[in-house]
Design a protein around this ligand. Structure first.
Ligand code: MN
Length: 429
Protein backbone atom coordinates (compact mmCIF):
# COMPACT_ATOMS: atom_id res chain seq x y z
CA UNK A 1 0.00 0.00 0.00
CA UNK A 2 1.24 3.46 -0.93
CA UNK A 3 2.05 5.98 1.77
CA UNK A 4 0.03 8.70 0.05
CA UNK A 5 0.23 10.77 3.24
CA UNK A 6 3.93 11.37 2.55
CA UNK A 7 3.36 13.25 -0.72
CA UNK A 8 5.78 16.18 -0.29
CA UNK A 9 3.80 18.43 -2.63
CA UNK A 10 0.60 18.31 -0.62
CA UNK A 11 -0.57 21.48 1.15
CA UNK A 12 -3.20 21.69 3.86
CA UNK A 13 -6.07 24.15 4.18
CA UNK A 14 -4.89 24.54 7.77
CA UNK A 15 -2.16 27.11 8.12
CA UNK A 16 1.30 25.61 8.68
CA UNK A 17 4.25 27.96 9.27
CA UNK A 18 7.56 27.33 7.50
CA UNK A 19 9.88 25.29 9.70
CA UNK A 20 6.95 23.86 11.67
CA UNK A 21 7.59 20.33 12.94
CA UNK A 22 4.09 19.24 11.98
CA UNK A 23 3.29 19.80 8.29
CA UNK A 24 0.53 17.73 6.68
CA UNK A 25 3.20 15.12 5.76
CA UNK A 26 3.82 14.34 9.46
CA UNK A 27 0.44 13.27 10.89
CA UNK A 28 1.68 11.99 14.26
CA UNK A 29 -0.53 10.38 16.88
CA UNK A 30 -1.09 11.47 20.47
CA UNK A 31 -3.65 11.64 23.26
CA UNK A 32 -4.98 14.88 24.66
CA UNK A 33 -7.65 16.34 26.89
CA UNK A 34 -9.71 19.21 25.50
CA UNK A 35 -10.84 22.29 27.44
CA UNK A 36 -14.24 20.56 27.69
CA UNK A 37 -12.53 17.73 29.61
CA UNK A 38 -12.83 15.19 26.81
CA UNK A 39 -9.97 12.73 26.41
CA UNK A 40 -9.33 11.66 22.84
CA UNK A 41 -6.74 10.31 20.47
CA UNK A 42 -5.67 12.96 18.02
CA UNK A 43 -3.22 14.17 15.44
CA UNK A 44 -1.61 17.51 14.77
CA UNK A 45 -1.19 19.75 11.75
CA UNK A 46 0.61 23.06 12.31
CA UNK A 47 -0.63 24.59 15.54
CA UNK A 48 -3.87 22.62 15.47
CA UNK A 49 -4.77 19.52 17.47
CA UNK A 50 -7.27 17.33 15.65
CA UNK A 51 -9.75 15.23 17.62
CA UNK A 52 -9.82 11.88 15.81
CA UNK A 53 -12.64 10.60 18.03
CA UNK A 54 -14.93 13.34 16.68
CA UNK A 55 -13.46 12.99 13.17
CA UNK A 56 -14.38 9.28 13.19
CA UNK A 57 -17.83 9.86 14.70
CA UNK A 58 -18.65 12.37 11.97
CA UNK A 59 -17.86 9.79 9.29
CA UNK A 60 -14.52 10.94 7.92
CA UNK A 61 -12.99 7.46 8.24
CA UNK A 62 -15.86 5.86 6.30
CA UNK A 63 -14.75 2.73 4.48
CA UNK A 64 -11.86 1.99 6.84
CA UNK A 65 -12.62 -0.91 9.18
CA UNK A 66 -12.27 0.64 12.66
CA UNK A 67 -14.18 -0.04 15.86
CA UNK A 68 -16.56 2.80 16.81
CA UNK A 69 -14.56 3.79 19.88
CA UNK A 70 -11.10 3.28 18.35
CA UNK A 71 -10.09 6.90 18.97
CA UNK A 72 -12.20 7.70 22.03
CA UNK A 73 -9.59 6.24 24.34
CA UNK A 74 -6.93 7.42 26.72
CA UNK A 75 -4.15 5.48 25.03
CA UNK A 76 -3.09 4.50 21.52
CA UNK A 77 -2.54 0.85 22.44
CA UNK A 78 -5.62 -0.60 20.68
CA UNK A 79 -5.00 1.47 17.56
CA UNK A 80 -1.35 0.39 17.52
CA UNK A 81 -2.47 -3.21 17.99
CA UNK A 82 -4.50 -2.99 14.76
CA UNK A 83 -1.27 -3.07 12.78
CA UNK A 84 0.48 -1.25 10.00
CA UNK A 85 -2.26 -1.56 7.38
CA UNK A 86 -4.66 0.39 9.63
CA UNK A 87 -2.04 3.01 10.54
CA UNK A 88 -1.44 3.64 6.83
CA UNK A 89 -5.12 3.81 5.87
CA UNK A 90 -5.79 6.25 8.70
CA UNK A 91 -2.83 8.51 7.92
CA UNK A 92 -3.66 8.51 4.23
CA UNK A 93 -7.27 9.48 4.94
CA UNK A 94 -6.30 12.31 7.30
CA UNK A 95 -3.94 13.67 4.64
CA UNK A 96 -6.73 13.49 2.05
CA UNK A 97 -9.32 15.28 4.20
CA UNK A 98 -6.94 18.07 5.20
CA UNK A 99 -5.60 18.51 1.65
CA UNK A 100 -6.08 22.10 0.44
CA UNK A 101 -8.21 20.84 -2.46
CA UNK A 102 -10.62 18.81 -0.31
CA UNK A 103 -13.74 20.77 0.70
CA UNK A 104 -15.51 18.10 2.79
CA UNK A 105 -14.35 19.27 6.22
CA UNK A 106 -12.78 22.53 5.09
CA UNK A 107 -16.16 24.00 4.24
CA UNK A 108 -18.10 22.48 7.13
CA UNK A 109 -17.73 25.00 9.95
CA UNK A 110 -19.91 23.01 12.37
CA UNK A 111 -17.67 19.97 12.05
CA UNK A 112 -14.49 22.04 12.20
CA UNK A 113 -15.64 23.45 15.53
CA UNK A 114 -15.80 20.04 17.22
CA UNK A 115 -12.79 18.46 15.49
CA UNK A 116 -10.11 21.17 15.45
CA UNK A 117 -8.53 22.81 18.51
CA UNK A 118 -5.73 25.27 19.08
CA UNK A 119 -2.86 23.07 20.23
CA UNK A 120 -2.22 25.46 23.14
CA UNK A 121 -5.75 24.85 24.42
CA UNK A 122 -5.36 21.10 24.86
CA UNK A 123 -3.29 19.22 27.41
CA UNK A 124 -1.13 16.45 26.01
CA UNK A 125 -1.23 13.15 27.92
CA UNK A 126 1.03 10.12 27.85
CA UNK A 127 0.14 8.66 24.42
CA UNK A 128 0.49 4.98 25.33
CA UNK A 129 -0.12 2.81 28.30
CA UNK A 130 3.47 1.58 28.60
CA UNK A 131 3.41 -2.17 29.09
CA UNK A 132 7.12 -2.72 29.32
CA UNK A 133 10.03 -0.36 28.93
CA UNK A 134 13.45 -1.54 27.80
CA UNK A 135 16.44 0.75 27.47
CA UNK A 136 19.29 -0.13 25.14
CA UNK A 137 22.88 1.05 25.24
CA UNK A 138 23.45 1.24 21.51
CA UNK A 139 25.65 4.29 20.99
CA UNK A 140 29.24 3.17 20.77
CA UNK A 141 30.52 6.65 21.55
CA UNK A 142 28.37 6.81 24.71
CA UNK A 143 29.30 3.29 25.85
CA UNK A 144 32.95 4.09 25.28
CA UNK A 145 32.81 7.41 27.16
CA UNK A 146 30.94 6.00 30.16
CA UNK A 147 33.14 2.90 30.20
CA UNK A 148 36.26 5.07 30.31
CA UNK A 149 34.93 7.06 33.26
CA UNK A 150 33.53 4.11 35.24
CA UNK A 151 36.15 1.43 34.47
CA UNK A 152 39.11 3.09 32.75
CA UNK A 153 40.22 3.13 29.12
CA UNK A 154 41.35 -0.50 29.05
CA UNK A 155 37.93 -1.90 29.93
CA UNK A 156 35.78 0.85 28.42
CA UNK A 157 33.91 -1.28 25.89
CA UNK A 158 33.04 -4.69 27.32
CA UNK A 159 33.86 -7.68 25.07
CA UNK A 160 30.15 -8.38 24.39
CA UNK A 161 29.34 -4.87 23.19
CA UNK A 162 30.24 -5.26 19.49
CA UNK A 163 28.35 -8.57 19.28
CA UNK A 164 24.86 -7.60 20.45
CA UNK A 165 22.68 -4.64 21.45
CA UNK A 166 23.12 -4.43 25.22
CA UNK A 167 20.03 -3.39 27.19
CA UNK A 168 18.23 -3.62 30.50
CA UNK A 169 14.61 -3.72 31.60
CA UNK A 170 13.49 -0.32 32.81
CA UNK A 171 10.48 0.77 34.78
CA UNK A 172 7.20 1.40 32.90
CA UNK A 173 5.25 3.04 35.75
CA UNK A 174 7.51 6.09 35.91
CA UNK A 175 7.49 6.92 32.19
CA UNK A 176 5.89 10.37 32.03
CA UNK A 177 4.83 12.76 29.29
CA UNK A 178 6.88 15.82 28.39
CA UNK A 179 6.23 18.73 30.75
CA UNK A 180 5.87 16.57 33.85
CA UNK A 181 8.06 17.98 36.63
CA UNK A 182 10.90 15.74 37.80
CA UNK A 183 11.59 15.38 41.52
CA UNK A 184 15.24 15.08 42.47
CA UNK A 185 15.43 11.49 43.71
CA UNK A 186 16.94 10.15 46.91
CA UNK A 187 19.23 7.19 46.93
CA UNK A 188 22.20 5.42 48.35
CA UNK A 189 25.65 6.41 47.12
CA UNK A 190 29.29 6.14 48.04
CA UNK A 191 30.89 9.61 48.21
CA UNK A 192 34.28 9.88 46.50
CA UNK A 193 37.10 8.74 48.79
CA UNK A 194 34.71 7.28 51.41
CA UNK A 195 34.29 3.65 52.43
CA UNK A 196 30.73 3.89 53.81
CA UNK A 197 27.66 4.77 51.75
CA UNK A 198 25.24 7.59 52.56
CA UNK A 199 21.56 8.17 51.75
CA UNK A 200 20.29 11.48 50.40
CA UNK A 201 19.18 13.46 47.35
CA UNK A 202 21.32 12.76 44.28
CA UNK A 203 24.11 15.26 43.65
CA UNK A 204 24.60 14.03 40.09
CA UNK A 205 21.24 14.32 38.35
CA UNK A 206 21.69 13.92 34.61
CA UNK A 207 19.66 13.80 31.40
CA UNK A 208 20.08 11.25 28.62
CA UNK A 209 19.38 12.37 25.07
CA UNK A 210 17.55 9.43 23.53
CA UNK A 211 14.79 8.44 21.17
CA UNK A 212 12.46 5.53 21.79
CA UNK A 213 10.36 3.35 19.51
CA UNK A 214 6.96 1.88 20.23
CA UNK A 215 5.99 -1.60 19.09
CA UNK A 216 2.74 -3.22 18.07
CA UNK A 217 2.02 -6.81 19.16
CA UNK A 218 5.07 -8.64 17.92
CA UNK A 219 5.39 -12.32 18.78
CA UNK A 220 3.95 -15.16 20.79
CA UNK A 221 5.93 -16.19 23.83
CA UNK A 222 8.69 -18.53 22.73
CA UNK A 223 8.75 -17.42 19.07
CA UNK A 224 11.56 -15.09 17.95
CA UNK A 225 11.03 -12.51 15.18
CA UNK A 226 13.54 -12.53 12.36
CA UNK A 227 15.53 -9.41 11.66
CA UNK A 228 13.98 -9.13 8.19
CA UNK A 229 10.48 -8.79 9.67
CA UNK A 230 11.42 -6.67 12.66
CA UNK A 231 10.71 -3.30 11.08
CA UNK A 232 7.04 -4.18 10.37
CA UNK A 233 6.33 -4.21 14.11
CA UNK A 234 7.54 -0.71 14.89
CA UNK A 235 4.75 1.88 15.06
CA UNK A 236 6.74 5.03 15.56
CA UNK A 237 9.24 7.04 17.54
CA UNK A 238 9.39 9.71 20.23
CA UNK A 239 12.05 11.88 21.87
CA UNK A 240 13.07 10.40 25.18
CA UNK A 241 14.93 11.67 28.24
CA UNK A 242 16.07 8.79 30.41
CA UNK A 243 16.86 10.77 33.59
CA UNK A 244 19.77 9.29 35.51
CA UNK A 245 21.26 9.81 38.97
CA UNK A 246 24.90 9.09 38.29
CA UNK A 247 26.06 8.77 41.91
CA UNK A 248 23.28 6.28 42.72
CA UNK A 249 23.92 4.44 39.45
CA UNK A 250 27.67 4.20 40.02
CA UNK A 251 27.27 2.59 43.46
CA UNK A 252 24.45 0.17 42.59
CA UNK A 253 25.12 -1.01 39.04
CA UNK A 254 27.51 -3.91 39.70
CA UNK A 255 26.60 -6.73 39.19
CA UNK A 256 23.02 -6.47 37.87
CA UNK A 257 22.97 -3.11 36.09
CA UNK A 258 20.88 0.05 36.45
CA UNK A 259 18.12 0.11 39.06
CA UNK A 260 17.06 3.06 41.25
CA UNK A 261 19.50 5.44 39.59
CA UNK A 262 17.23 5.23 36.53
CA UNK A 263 13.74 4.16 37.60
CA UNK A 264 12.59 7.42 39.23
CA UNK A 265 11.46 8.95 35.90
CA UNK A 266 11.81 8.87 32.12
CA UNK A 267 10.15 11.52 29.93
CA UNK A 268 8.75 11.09 26.42
CA UNK A 269 7.48 13.58 23.86
CA UNK A 270 3.69 13.46 23.40
CA UNK A 271 3.39 12.99 19.62
CA UNK A 272 4.43 9.62 18.20
CA UNK A 273 5.98 10.11 14.76
CA UNK A 274 5.17 7.07 12.63
CA UNK A 275 7.87 5.07 10.87
CA UNK A 276 5.89 5.78 7.69
CA UNK A 277 6.39 9.54 8.13
CA UNK A 278 10.11 8.98 8.75
CA UNK A 279 10.52 6.81 5.63
CA UNK A 280 12.02 9.63 3.46
CA UNK A 281 14.80 10.09 6.02
CA UNK A 282 16.24 6.58 6.00
CA UNK A 283 20.02 6.52 5.82
CA UNK A 284 22.98 4.26 6.42
CA UNK A 285 23.93 3.51 9.99
CA UNK A 286 27.58 3.22 11.07
CA UNK A 287 29.51 0.37 9.49
CA UNK A 288 29.59 -2.46 12.02
CA UNK A 289 33.17 -3.30 12.91
CA UNK A 290 32.49 -6.91 13.83
CA UNK A 291 30.16 -8.95 11.62
CA UNK A 292 27.24 -9.80 13.90
CA UNK A 293 25.90 -13.34 14.24
CA UNK A 294 23.45 -14.29 11.48
CA UNK A 295 20.28 -13.49 13.49
CA UNK A 296 21.48 -9.85 13.68
CA UNK A 297 22.64 -9.48 10.06
CA UNK A 298 20.65 -7.03 7.96
CA UNK A 299 20.02 -7.20 4.22
CA UNK A 300 20.40 -3.46 3.77
CA UNK A 301 22.82 -0.89 5.11
CA UNK A 302 20.06 1.72 4.96
CA UNK A 303 18.69 0.89 8.40
CA UNK A 304 19.05 4.17 10.25
CA UNK A 305 17.37 7.58 10.12
CA UNK A 306 18.79 11.07 9.77
CA UNK A 307 17.16 12.68 12.82
CA UNK A 308 18.83 15.79 14.15
CA UNK A 309 18.72 15.93 17.94
CA UNK A 310 19.56 18.61 20.46
CA UNK A 311 19.33 19.21 24.18
CA UNK A 312 19.29 22.49 26.07
CA UNK A 313 18.93 23.75 29.64
CA UNK A 314 16.45 26.55 30.18
CA UNK A 315 17.39 28.32 33.39
CA UNK A 316 14.78 30.02 35.58
CA UNK A 317 15.56 33.45 34.10
CA UNK A 318 14.43 32.10 30.72
CA UNK A 319 17.88 31.72 29.10
CA UNK A 320 18.13 28.83 26.69
CA UNK A 321 21.56 27.16 26.84
CA UNK A 322 22.25 24.68 24.06
CA UNK A 323 24.17 21.74 25.50
CA UNK A 324 24.61 19.37 22.61
CA UNK A 325 23.68 18.52 19.03
CA UNK A 326 23.61 14.87 18.06
CA UNK A 327 21.92 12.66 15.47
CA UNK A 328 20.04 9.37 15.59
CA UNK A 329 22.18 8.09 12.71
CA UNK A 330 25.20 7.74 15.02
CA UNK A 331 23.58 4.75 16.76
CA UNK A 332 25.64 1.60 16.16
CA UNK A 333 22.80 -0.90 16.57
CA UNK A 334 19.63 -0.37 14.54
CA UNK A 335 16.08 -0.60 15.86
CA UNK A 336 15.55 -3.78 13.81
CA UNK A 337 18.59 -5.34 15.45
CA UNK A 338 17.36 -4.26 18.88
CA UNK A 339 13.93 -5.79 18.25
CA UNK A 340 15.29 -9.02 16.76
CA UNK A 341 17.71 -9.39 19.65
CA UNK A 342 14.98 -8.65 22.22
CA UNK A 343 12.77 -11.47 20.87
CA UNK A 344 15.65 -13.86 20.07
CA UNK A 345 15.10 -15.77 23.32
CA UNK A 346 11.33 -15.89 22.72
CA UNK A 347 10.48 -12.94 24.96
CA UNK A 348 7.16 -11.56 23.72
CA UNK A 349 6.70 -7.87 22.92
CA UNK A 350 3.30 -6.24 22.97
CA UNK A 351 1.50 -3.18 21.62
CA UNK A 352 2.62 -0.17 23.63
CA UNK A 353 6.03 -1.51 24.60
CA UNK A 354 8.67 1.20 24.68
CA UNK A 355 12.28 0.69 23.59
CA UNK A 356 14.79 3.41 24.47
CA UNK A 357 17.74 3.81 22.12
CA UNK A 358 20.25 4.49 24.86
CA UNK A 359 21.98 7.85 25.10
CA UNK A 360 22.85 9.01 21.58
CA UNK A 361 26.32 10.52 21.60
CA UNK A 362 28.12 11.63 18.48
CA UNK A 363 31.84 11.50 17.78
CA UNK A 364 32.71 15.01 19.00
CA UNK A 365 32.47 16.63 22.41
CA UNK A 366 29.66 18.98 21.35
CA UNK A 367 27.56 15.98 20.34
CA UNK A 368 27.65 14.01 23.60
CA UNK A 369 24.21 13.04 24.88
CA UNK A 370 24.59 13.40 28.65
CA UNK A 371 26.10 15.83 31.15
CA UNK A 372 28.22 12.96 32.47
CA UNK A 373 30.04 12.99 29.14
CA UNK A 374 29.80 16.73 28.40
CA UNK A 375 31.46 17.57 31.75
CA UNK A 376 33.59 14.42 31.72
CA UNK A 377 32.32 13.03 34.97
CA UNK A 378 31.92 16.48 36.53
CA UNK A 379 35.56 17.44 35.98
CA UNK A 380 34.89 20.04 33.28
CA UNK A 381 31.95 22.24 34.30
CA UNK A 382 29.86 23.98 31.64
CA UNK A 383 29.32 27.74 31.97
CA UNK A 384 25.80 28.91 31.19
CA UNK A 385 24.70 32.30 29.81
CA UNK A 386 23.89 33.63 33.28
CA UNK A 387 27.46 32.91 34.42
CA UNK A 388 26.56 29.94 36.63
CA UNK A 389 28.20 26.58 36.00
CA UNK A 390 26.84 23.06 35.81
CA UNK A 391 28.38 19.68 36.24
CA UNK A 392 24.98 18.10 36.72
CA UNK A 393 21.44 19.53 36.84
CA UNK A 394 20.31 22.11 39.41
CA UNK A 395 16.81 22.37 40.85
CA UNK A 396 14.84 24.69 38.57
CA UNK A 397 16.65 23.64 35.39
CA UNK A 398 14.28 22.79 32.55
CA UNK A 399 15.81 20.30 30.12
CA UNK A 400 14.47 20.64 26.58
CA UNK A 401 15.13 17.98 23.94
CA UNK A 402 14.18 18.61 20.32
CA UNK A 403 14.45 16.53 17.18
CA UNK A 404 13.60 16.85 13.50
CA UNK A 405 14.33 15.50 10.02
CA UNK A 406 14.68 17.77 7.04
CA UNK A 407 15.29 17.41 3.33
CA UNK A 408 14.82 19.94 0.52
CA UNK A 409 11.07 19.29 0.41
CA UNK A 410 9.77 18.62 3.88
CA UNK A 411 10.55 18.88 7.59
CA UNK A 412 9.22 16.18 9.89
CA UNK A 413 9.72 17.11 13.54
CA UNK A 414 9.11 15.58 16.93
CA UNK A 415 8.22 18.76 18.82
CA UNK A 416 9.91 18.71 22.19
CA UNK A 417 10.42 16.68 25.31
CA UNK A 418 10.82 18.79 28.45
CA UNK A 419 11.19 18.22 32.18
CA UNK A 420 11.93 20.71 34.95
CA UNK A 421 13.86 19.63 38.02
CA UNK A 422 12.08 20.09 41.35
CA UNK A 423 13.76 20.03 44.77
CA UNK A 424 13.60 16.70 46.62
CA UNK A 425 10.45 16.00 48.67
CA UNK A 426 10.80 16.46 52.43
CA UNK A 427 11.22 13.10 54.13
CA UNK A 428 9.46 12.30 57.42
CA UNK A 429 12.50 10.55 58.84
MN1 MN B 1 19.33 5.39 29.03
Amino acid sequence: MQIAANNPNRKSWLNVADNCDFPIQNIPFGVFITKDDIITIGTRIGEYAIDLGAFHQLGYFEGIPLTDDMFMQDSLNDFISDGRKTWRLVRNRIAEVFDAENASLRDNLKHREVIIFDVNEVEMLLPISVGDYTDFYSSKEHANNVGMMFRGADNALMPNWLHMPIGYHGRASSVVVSGTKIRRPYGQMLPNGETQPVFGPTKALDMELETAFITTDVNNLGEPISIDEAHDYIFGMVLFNDWSARDIQKWEYVPLGPFLGKSFASSMSPWIITMDALEPFKCDGPKQEVTPLPYLQQKTTENSYDIKLQAAIETENGDLNLLTESNFKYLYWSMAQQLAHHTSNGCNLRAGDLMGSGTISGPTKNSYGSLLELTWGGKEPITLKDGTTRTFLNDGDNVIIRGYCKNDKVRIGFGKCTGKIMPPVKLKK
